[in-house]
Design a protein around this ligand. Structure first.
Ligand code: SF4
Length: 383
């Protein structure tokens, strides 16, 4: 096992990790070989056999070979709501990652079964905040005298972190409503603990709420007291959890400069999970849905360099051939866990369901569901 800089152990994907965490675990079952030329037809037939009993959700970062079988595509929150709006579907097959399937299970009826075609499809960002670490941080904050803190978690977190926020007066947010969630949080308390993505928290606080970088501190769960003094913990407006997305964290200010030099007039469009120094150099910043809308509405002939997951950028380039759409990095950078869901896993999951066998079901226990839903409902009630 390798230990990363943040102290989070990296398990070899797909092999023997903790089944209760976001990390990769064994995927049981006889998968058809990826080279099977009949895979597309097999997926189509299995889907047809299941009919209205099945609803397939596809996240924007999924491979094209998988997306073609999605009944609806979207970001994680849109997909969870789409699932909730289909009470007639017995099986929800979620082509995305583990925390998304958990959210779908939280928002759907007990009778509906949510299936993740490969259990190794976790999320490294969600892994960076475990329940025990967050509980410990809460105690550290209390001991430091920071007693009016509101916890806000990004959608990209495990169900038990969402439940923690629900139980402690906080809420969930997405990259589309982070500003409204933070405004609400500052009306409830004096400080915000933002989990688990430091970049979304910092970018929203500084660029949308007008706070300064000095108002933000980064809590490192692997250091005593988060690596901060009691004074720092008490005085900061934003206590940012030291987590990040391994995909969006790769984009650099140097890449922005290179694109501007190479393509005069290029528009730099990035996701707020990117680092602050990248976001401040960009022309447009927004969620996955915002990125899609912006490119769709852009004039023909315009040029775009986009800082988000590569499957989506490639798809946008194909959808809009009259616009120049490039990936804002020299290196190929897919989300490796999103990419775990491939056609063999999808075929295996669909054929198993069609044969009456539920595989890889994702379930969240009732207590966690209750409190996570409290946090999600607070988000839905945001003005
Ligand atoms: S793109 Fe980043 S946040 Fe999204 S699933 Fe992959 S690692 Fe997690």
């Amino acid at each position: 096992m390798t230990i990363t800089e943040t102290g989070v152990p990296l398990f070899a994907l797909g092999r023997g990790a903790d089944p209760d965490s976001e990390r990769g675990v064994d995927c049981p079952g006889e998968l058809p070989p990826a080279s099977d030329p009949a895979l597309v037809e097999r997926a189509r037939v299995a889907k047809e056999r299941l009919g209205d009993r099945l609803f397939v959700l596809g996240h924007h970062y999924q491979r094209d070979e998988v997306i073609q079988f999605a009944d609806v595509t979207g970001d994680s929150f849109k997909l969870a709501r789409e699932a909730a709006a289909r009470p007639g579907a017995e099986y929800i097959v979620f082509c995305g990652v583990h925390f998304m399937a958990e959210s779908a299970d939280i928002l759907t009826a007990d009778s509906q079964k949510v299936v993740l075609p490969d259990l190794a499809a976790g999320c490294s960002m969600a892994d960076m905040a475990t329940f025990d670490q967050v509980e410990e941080c809460w105690e550290v904050l209390e001991d430091a005298g920071a007693d009016r803190v509101v916890p806000i978690t990004y959608m990209n977190s495990s169900a038990d972190i969402k439940a923690f926020c629900g139980r402690n007066g906080g809420a969930v947010c997405t990259s589309s409503n982070a500003e409204r969630a933070l405004t609400w949080a500052f009306e409830q308390g004096q400080q915000v603990l933002f989990l688990p993505d430091q970049h979304l928290g910092r970018n929203t606080a500084v660029l949308e709420l007008g706070l300064s970088l000095d108002d933000c501190v980064v809590y490192n769960p692997h250091r005593p007291n988060g690596g901060l003094t009691d004074e720092q913990l008490k005085n900061a407006k934003m206590i940012l959890w030291q987590g990040h997305c391994s995909v969006h964290g790769r984009f650099s200010p140097a890449a922005v400069d290179e694109f501007r030099e190479r393509i005069p007039g290029v528009n730099i469009l990035v996701h707020p999970e990117c680092r602050h120094e990248v976001v401040t150099k960009a022309d447009f910043v927004g969620s996955t849905e915002y990125i899609i809308r912006t490119v769709r509405e852009a004039p023909e002939g315009s040029a775009w360099a986009i800082g988000t997951e590569l499957n989506l950028v490639k798809r946008l380039a194909g959808m809009f051939p009259g616009k120049s759409v490039s990936f804002l990095d020299k290196t190929v950078c897919f989300c490796s866990t999103m990419n775990r869901i491939d056609l063999p896993h999808l075929v295996w999951a669909l054929e198993s369901l069609a044969d009456g066998k539920v595989v890889n079901q994702i379930t969240v226990d009732p207590e966690t569901t209750h409190w996570a839903k409290v946090a999600l409902d607070r988000m839905l009630a945001l003005p």
